[in-house]
Design a protein around this ligand. Structure first.
Ligand code: SF4
Length: 317
């Protein structure tokens, strides 16, 4: 052993996964798109948490951000519009040993997938969900989405949208059995990373609302926050999001928040003038549907047939 003393030998895992174990092909989003930042931070998170690529799945619907699974060297499912939630729930329910991530956009989640979204929150299956909200349909080239602000001019509302937008934070926090709700922005990588990490470590349906840059069709979105910096507040005192002092000091405004208080969380989500970054709500005791479904995992084919026949026999006449 070249004279090395045993007490300085490092106990290395059998296989250490590097960033290249998660990186697939180069992403094809527009230059400056916020999706790049999320992709890079997710790959870093997978490396840091040493998630086995063979046991990690990214499930998406349709939209610019939903191309995500193509760029990860893990398992992936680029599914139907608005149907990422049921697919991901099914995967996690039957394979609780897998790390399952959901990638969805504002159109995918809050329009065609709204029903799936609401029920997935209530089922509280252990998924890490990232809603990329750029307030526009980008893939189909500029249509008003359910989260577009009033007055948004697009191909579908050339005179400006007339309806108030859906607030994804408010909606998620309004569903019974909600478990974890956080908010971040793609242009603050340390905060983005820490928030996704906290979501991944939470057991249950972890919902992360990411305010995402779309320089192609929503160039004003970021200016609202970067020009008027006072709109962004960092939540402090909330468990789970680990930030160093340099990141905390980069925010002009912080506010103390108790992430276990749902009424306080709802009141922050409803604030029309300010955006709060961090964990708004966390309930580790919410019922998890995936815990009810695991009892017959590992059945043989014969046992499954026997169980199935026994259930069907109840309807025999
Ligand atoms: Fe990103 Fe917008 Fe381009 Fe889509 S259209 S890739 S969201 S910048």
């Amino acid at each position: 052993m070249y004279g090395l003393k045993p007490d300085i030998l490092v106990d290395l895992p059998e296989k250490y996964f590097c960033l290249t174990d998660y990186e697939k092909v180069a992403a094809k989003w527009c230059p400056g798109c916020g999706d790049y930042a999320v992709l890079g931070n997710i790959q870093k998170l997978c490396r840091d948490e040493q998630l086995d690529p063979a046991k990690t799945v990214f499930v998406s619907g349709i939209g610019c951000s939903s191309r995500f699974p193509h760029y990860m060297k893990t398992y992936g499912f680029h599914g139907l519009h608005g149907r990422a939630f049921p697919v991901a729930s099914g995967i996690k329910w039957r394979r609780p040993d897998l790390h399952v991530f959901v990638i969805t956009g504002d159109g995918d989640c809050c329009a065609i997938g709204a029903g799936s979204w609401i029920h997935a929150i209530r089922f509280n299956i252990d998924l890490t969900v990232m809603l990329f909200n750029n307030e526009i349909y980008g893939l189909t080239k500029n249509q008003t989405s359910p989260t577009s602000r009033m007055g948004t001019v697009s191909n579908t509302t050339p005179r400006g949208s007339v309806l108030p937008p859906i607030n994804p934070m408010q909606t998620t926090l309004g569903v019974g059995n909600v478990s974890f709700v956080a908010q971040t922005v793609d242009w603050n990588p340390p905060h983005l990373y820490a928030t996704i990490q906290a979501a991944h470590r939470h057991k249950g349906f972890s919902f992360v609302h990411i305010i995402q840059r779309c320089p192609k069709f929503q160039s004003d979105l970021v200016e609202q926050f970067t020009a008027g910096k006072d709109k962004l507040y960092l939540l402090t005192g909330n468990e789970g999001v680990e930030l160093d002092d340099v990141v905390i000091k980069s925010f002009d405004h912080t506010v103390e928040h108790d992430a276990h208080n749902i009424n306080a969380a709802r009141s922050l989500a409803e604030d029309p003038d300010n955006i709060y970054l961090g964990v708004l709500y966390r309930n580790t005791k919410a019922q998890r549907y995936d815990e009810y479904g695991v009892h017959n995992i590992g059945y043989t084919v014969e046992q499954k047939m026997e169980a199935l026949n026994s259930e069907l026999n109840k309807y025999a006449v």
